[in-house]
Design a binder for this molecule. Sequence first.
Ligand code: DLZ
Length: 200
Amino acid sequence: MTSIKGPGAAATYDGSGLRVAIVHARWNTTIIDQLIAGAKKSLLAAGVKEDNITLQTVPGSYELPLGVQRVYAASQLQASSSSGEGISATDLLSASTSDLTQSPTAPAAGVKKPFDAVIAIGVLIKGATMHFEYIADAVSHGLMRVQLDSGVPVIFGLLTVLTEEQGLERAGLGKSGMHNHGEDWGSAAVELGIKRREWS
Ligand code: DLZ
């Protein structure tokens, strides 16, 4: 019997005008790398230009909410400045909370606009202590908070798995033939990036 689980029939969205950031943790890299590849595959398939996909890393999943918040704030700052250069440490540090809540404005010619969506990717694997539960809870709430406070779609790419095998399966590296969940996250970023504009 085929499973009824999953995101439902795929709709097609034109991502050619979108800018997307992927902020990922470095713990459990084998799984993370595959999830990033899956997300990028869907973004590119939807027409998002390679140039408009930015990768940023943080040490572990616990750092994801801050990473997403600062990367998005820095992109807003760049859009309102005239330089349009890549995200610098100075941009990240100087972006204020008010930068996060500004409504999107048209950037000057040649300047990159703020990200239309951010995908947060991390892999938490349960250990012998309560560490997993605390981080999973904090990161889930933190990412939702950034999303609702800023208005930018934050795609929840945090795997909270009980075993390494469960993580490998969800990255499409297992024996069961389960698909790479990163692909779903790329598609979700495109859909929400487009819909966010319609909802603005
Ligand atoms: C410390 C830790 C542990 C034990 N496990 C994971 C994990 O499975 N996945 C992950 O992304 N990060 C883990 N970390 C690191 C924390 O997320 C965080 O980076 C550190 O506690 C420093 O704040």
